[in-house]
Ligand binder design. Sequence first.
Ligand SMILES: *[C@@H]1O[C@H](CO)[C@@H](O)[C@H](O)[C@H]1NC(C)=O
Ligand SMILES: *[C@@H]1O[C@H](CO)[C@@H](O)[C@H](O)[C@H]1NC(C)=O
Ligand SMILES: *[C@@H]1O[C@H](CO)[C@@H](O)[C@H](O)[C@H]1NC(C)=O
Ligand SMILES: *[C@@H]1O[C@H](CO)[C@@H](O)[C@H](O)[C@H]1NC(C)=O
Ligand SMILES: *[C@@H]1O[C@H](CO)[C@@H](O)[C@H](O)[C@H]1NC(C)=O
Ligand SMILES: *[C@@H]1O[C@H](CO)[C@@H](O)[C@H](O)[C@H]1NC(C)=O
Ligand SMILES: *[C@@H]1O[C@H](CO)[C@@H](O)[C@H](O)[C@H]1NC(C)=O
Ligand SMILES: *[C@@H]1O[C@H](CO)[C@@H](O)[C@H](O)[C@H]1NC(C)=O
Ligand SMILES: *[C@@H]1O[C@H](CO)[C@@H](O)[C@H](O)[C@H]1NC(C)=O
Ligand SMILES: *[C@@H]1O[C@H](CO)[C@@H](O)[C@H](O)[C@H]1NC(C)=O
Ligand SMILES: *[C@@H]1O[C@H](CO)[C@@H](O)[C@H](O)[C@H]1NC(C)=O
Ligand SMILES: *[C@@H]1O[C@H](CO)[C@@H](O)[C@H](O)[C@H]1NC(C)=O
Length: 790
Amino acid sequence: MHLLYVLSIAFALSYSAASATTTVEGVKALVERRLPNHTGSFSFAIVNGTASTDTGVSKPNDAFTVSNGVNGTIHVEGNSGIALATGLHWYLSNVAHVDIYWFIGSHLHLAPRPLPRLNNTYLGDSIVPWRYHFNTVTFSYTTAFWTWEDWELQLDWMALRGINLPLAWVGYEKILVDVFREVGFADTDISDFLSGPAFQAWNRFGNLQGSWGPGQLPLSWINSQFELNKKIVARMVELGMKPAMPSFTGFVPPAIYTLYKNATIVNGSAYGYEGLFPRRNTNVTFLSPSNPLFGRMQKSFIAKQKAAYGNVSHIYTLDQYNENVPFSGDLDYLRNISSNTYASLRAADPQAVWMLQGWVFYAARDFWSNTRVETYLSGVEDENMIILDLFSESQPQWQRTNNYFGKPWIWCMLHDFGGSMSLYGQVENSTVNPIQALANESSTMVGMGLTMEGQEGNEVLYDLVLDQAWSSKPIDTTTYFEDWVTSRYGPQLTVPQGLYRAWDIMRQTVYNNTNLTAAISVPKSILELQPNTSVMFDILGHSPDAMLYDHNLLLSAWMHLYSAANDDQSLWQNPAYIFDVTDITRQVLANAFNQLYHAFVTAANVSRNSSTSRTAGQKMLDLLDDLDAVLLSSGQRHFSLSDWIASARAWASPPLLGNNSDTVEPGSPAFGANMSTSQTADYYEYQARNQITIWGPTGQIPDYASKQWAGLVRSYYRKRWELFVEYTLNSTTSPEGVNEGLAVALTEFSLGWCLEKWDDEAGDGSLSAPSDGLAEVVAGVVKRWPSIFS
Ligand SMILES: *[C@@H]1O[C@H](CO)[C@@H](O)[C@H](O)[C@H]1NC(C)=O
Ligand SMILES: *[C@@H]1O[C@H](CO)[C@@H](O)[C@H](O)[C@H]1NC(C)=O
Ligand SMILES: *[C@@H]1O[C@H](CO)[C@@H](O)[C@H](O)[C@H]1NC(C)=O
Ligand SMILES: *[C@@H]1O[C@H](CO)[C@@H](O)[C@H](O)[C@H]1NC(C)=O
Ligand SMILES: *[C@@H]1O[C@H](CO)[C@@H](O)[C@H](O)[C@H]1NC(C)=O
Ligand SMILES: *[C@@H]1O[C@H](CO)[C@@H](O)[C@H](O)[C@H]1NC(C)=O
Ligand SMILES: *[C@@H]1O[C@H](CO)[C@@H](O)[C@H](O)[C@H]1NC(C)=O
Ligand SMILES: *[C@@H]1O[C@H](CO)[C@@H](O)[C@H](O)[C@H]1NC(C)=O
Ligand SMILES: *[C@@H]1O[C@H](CO)[C@@H](O)[C@H](O)[C@H]1NC(C)=O
Ligand SMILES: *[C@@H]1O[C@H](CO)[C@@H](O)[C@H](O)[C@H]1NC(C)=O
Ligand SMILES: *[C@@H]1O[C@H](CO)[C@@H](O)[C@H](O)[C@H]1NC(C)=O
Ligand SMILES: *[C@@H]1O[C@H](CO)[C@@H](O)[C@H](O)[C@H]1NC(C)=O
């Protein structure tokens, strides 16, 4: 009877004009991509789906059932395309024990044949209609140089985990440039305004303008990114997601002053603080939304965007005050800004919904009093806006703003600033808090999601939050971690107990931070920071020495993990094991470096050039060599500077060039028109190097996006520590004297390093073979450092 009911509904729907969100095609294509030997093993049907093509913010929660189908198939039903993908994922990860992961890729094709049968029908219900993914800056920190293949894996990962509201920023500049040209800006004006490939996020936010380093953003970048996004957006829609599309924000080239003499224009503010960035790179000019020109540009932008991607979404991401303080705090001013901005969206798309990153209300909380927040938000009707509570696990703003004064909002875990790589998480806050927020009577929470600045590790926490969106009670993390481990290393392996033990210890230590004074997000190690003889803090003001967990417990997790491979050598061929043993060894070594640093400073304070201090200094450098060797021999792209640089350089000869006839105004030097392919590649390499090190023309935000990568540890961090040791040992002055001279030398070194070229042949080291002798390298490191590993 149940089956009949299902079939009749599925049949009825196939005759309606179902939108992409209510078809089975996306999940079927996913199965063909990832489980080609299983295309006949699953059947899918949309049931209880709403056929309406668009729904604004309010929509039903997603639901699925998974049951045994006919002829040995597994049958998945759901009320939306994304519900089907989530149902498929439930089966694959919990029953077939295969999954898809960042960095190590898809293991779905390893699903057993025949597929295991179910004992019961499983029912999954989302507790919120929306599951959100991305932060505007993820597009610079993590995905800046991604290929289509990287995106395909990411999008399948997202669909299986139920994400239905992703940001879609790639290629934004193409339409922006067309709109700028249309209203009269010259190519040089536009080209001087756009930022480099690794810094586009902050140009889109109106924090930065222009590029630094040897070159300019070329048209080939703009066009090929646009071509890439056509594929990304089409795939998002096919999988049943609703992309949050960009819009015109009001940030324009300064030539607006001469081009539109009577327009109302606001001089930009300084990013960070006055004097941090050169004025030419910040001070972004803002066209007030009250100008008719603003509406005209918005309309043109959205029309062009629709023409390029189709009518894919009515949700628009739009942030005008992200780390930018409004020109005036006057209440009328704020209300006019938001109401005029929304009016421009509505004129371009009558069903427009404005999505705002709520970070603004946290980052500039001194400016954004509750009255100002309320007034600003009141310029837009509740149902026409959606707010991302961006940092809900540590600094939620929904309580103090009374659920954003009635606006729908999404609970988001931010977790990672700048793509930092340390092990870190808050298992309690990430499970308990969203349930509490939803249970609150006046709650207007409509989603859960992830707003990491960089997607660089600690994947289990991201899975946990996305699964929490399908559980009305806080998830029991004990069984959750167990199940996660089973499918991570499976399915061809009987997972050794040691791996379960290791992850359970990490669950209670690195993943259970409860001291938010010590670290509100992923911390850094001293080795990544600019050397200095006095106490060091990261850019968020946290001490890398804060004891977030007992290091001995992490070491015992490492022991369990490592000795599991003594019992089962085949683990050294298991991609998940290779990744995890590298990652956790990395953390153990990084923690140990903090001790070596303090030992050196102590010894040097007693006697500058004693053999004790020389030995202590050498130890720091030796440890960095060993860390680099472990990362390199893992053969993991994710731990490799060489990979980051190669991906950047590859865009100089883009695979998807798109409209080649789009050229620069004749004779204009704009858009790097005179750059050769190799100069373009060098420019991209500079961009890639600059972001992860000095972040800015001359070191404005140093080490904010630091990475513990093979190649970076050796060629950058180790060189800095070498200078540090040398300066300290040679110095006859006070520590302050050392730091002064040292700072000059370090700056000179860093600026030069950004202009270097990676050279695999000269022994810079690329990813040779996958996992090139990792077992031997780790064994050697363990032997050399009994003080750390016992
Ligand atoms: C569809 O609705 C029926 C009746 O309410 C319910 O029993 C079934 O579980 C629903 N199926 C899905 C996949 O939501
Ligand atoms: C099940 O398998 C049999 C034998 O292969 C076939 O005749 C039948 O059509 C299949 N049923 C369905 C619903 O696919
Ligand atoms: C599909 O099955 C064939 C035959 O068993 C096997 O050789 C092939 O590797 C499988 N393909 C995938 C993607 O698993
Ligand atoms: C079904 O039940 C059997 C017997 O209790 C059990 O061994 C098997 O793991 C169960 N299958 C699933 C998918 O839960
Ligand atoms: C900021 O930009 C505006 C508009 O181009 C310009 O008039 C002003 O001089 C700039 N401010 C500074 C301090 O450079
Ligand atoms: C500038 O002002 C003039 C005179 O008031 C008006 O005709 C014109 O439309 C305005 N231009 C813009 C771009 O607002
Ligand atoms: C913008 O900056 C310029 C130069 O500092 C100044 O002359 C002008 O008055 C400013 N305009 C506004 C609207 O503040
Ligand atoms: C988008 O929808 C509008 C009406 O809703 C229609 O006129 C237009 O042709 C559509 N555009 C595209 C690109 O499908
Ligand atoms: C996390 O730490 C808190 C406070 O110490 C403790 O109450 C809680 O049980 C811990 N949770 C886990 C999963 O270890
Ligand atoms: C997160 O957890 C910590 C410690 O467990 C607690 O002090 C803090 O208030 C929690 N944060 C939120 C937003 O609930
Ligand atoms: C939290 O960390 C801060 C800074 O490291 C420290 O001063 C404080 O004692 C810690 N609190 C607890 C409860 O451990
Ligand atoms: C430190 O002293 C050695 C030996 O005198 C010298 O070669 C080296 O250049 C000095 N280094 C620095 C950074 O001053």
